[in-house]
Design a protein around this ligand. Structure first.
Ligand SMILES: Nc1ncnc2c1ncn2[C@@H]1O[C@H](COP(=O)(O)OP(=O)(O)OP(=O)(O)O)[C@@H](O)[C@H]1O
Ligand SMILES: [Mg+2]
Length: 317
């Protein structure tokens, strides 16, 4: 195990029947850092989180978390990690306070210590007013916060968050980001999966992109952005039907293949000078009507699209 690695993954594979959910994943997360795991639906993110949190045995490969093997040291490891899942593990019939107190008791705290810790977390997650209500009366955002609070009861040094802010409104999402940033500044190692690239950009030290069970890219947000070239040329078409003609016209203009997304054609370009003029000339010669044409810095969305061939899930309205 690499010195200082809180999470170490080597050649992990897992199949469900014919589906190779994980196809030989290698990964290392240094202690005290945040890894953002990105990938389209079905890429294998949740499967990897389940393997690393001992909920699922891998078919091949090995993984250590906090120096403990996820298979042979599973029981000991479970006490040292926190997990907030894509599918919240909250008991619907218990109140917020009861849910958190129960988790504390499961981790071996005495009744009053468990209750005190539950109160602290309810306050931190802005759930004090709802503490005495059954979780089934909570909104989606409150449930997410309760689930995240439950993952923090034991103050685990390594935390796994599987899409922690999916379904939250922008305000609630920013609130959770702040809580997560506080945790990380206190030294917690975090592996976070997300569909929101803005979230990865803000929270993650390193980003790993997974698709079809394989790691296809890894680096800081800036490194990944630099990989797809200096700038992105973005053309808004007058009519979406002209996309094939626009792609043909722009092919070879930049470094990357032109891609279409919602009537927008995007091309990664290394060289800025002359690009706009050349693009206008090519499109005009091909008879493609253009509404708008801009050259801008690449975003993580561009990286994701270039790597996986499809866009990350759109922000909910
Ligand atoms: N218990 C299971 N039984 C059968 N197939 C499964 C099971 N769990 C996952 N899979 C399959 O494994 C693949 C990876 O699934 P996984 O849930 O890890 O993806 P994900 O990246 O978390 O996707 P999402 O973004 O939708 O949450 C998918 O094809 C999925 O259908
Ligand atoms: Mg998932």
């Amino acid at each position: 195990m690499g010195y200082g690695a809180a999470i170490q993954v080597r050649g992990i594979a897992k199949s469900f029947g014919e589906v190779r959910a994980l196809d030989g994943v290698d990964l290392e997360v240094p202690a005290g850092t945040v890894l953002g795991l990105l990938g389209p639906n079905g890429a294998g993110k949740t499967t990897l989180v389940r393997v690393l949190t001992t909920l699922l045995a891998p078919d091949a490969g090995s993984a250590q978390v906090s120096g403990l093997d996820v298979v042979t040291d599973a029981k000991e490891l479970r006490a040292r990690i926190g997990l907030a899942g894509q599918y919240a593990a909250v008991d619907e019939n218990l109140t917020g306070l009861e849910n958190l107190t129960m988790v504390g008791r499961l981790y071996g705290s005495g009744r009053s210590a468990a209750k005190r810790r539950a109160g602290e977390l309810l306050e931190r997650f802005d759930l004090l007013d709802a503490a005495g209500r059954p979780a089934k009366t909570y909104s989606g955002g409150m449930r997410r916060r309760l689930d995240l609070a439950a993952s923090l009861v034991a103050e685990p040094p390594v935390l796994f968050l599987d899409e922690p802010t999916t379904g939250l409104d922008p305000r609630a999402r920013r609130g959770l980001w702040e809580v997560i940033e506080q945790l990380v500044s206190g030294g917690t190692t975090l592996l976070l999966t997300t569909q929101y690239l803005e979230e990865a950009d803000r929270l993650a030290d390193t980003i790993a992109v997974i698709d079809h069970g394989r790691l296809i890219a890894e680096g800081t947000a800036d490194q990944l952005k630099a990989r797809i070239g200096g700038s992105v040329l973005e053309v808004t078409l007058e009519s979406p039907e002209s996309a094939p003609a626009a792609i043909a016209a722009l092919d070879g203009l930049g470094d990357g293949e032109p891609v279409v997304e919602d009537g927008l054609v995007k091309v990664a370009v290394a060289e800025r000078s002359g690009t706009i003029v050349a693009a206008v000339q090519r499109l005009s010669a091909a008879g493609v009507g253009v509404d708008d044409l801009v050259l801008r810095r690449p975003t993580l969305d561009d990286v994701f699209l270039a790597l996986t061939g499809h866009a990350a899930e759109a922000e909910p309205a």
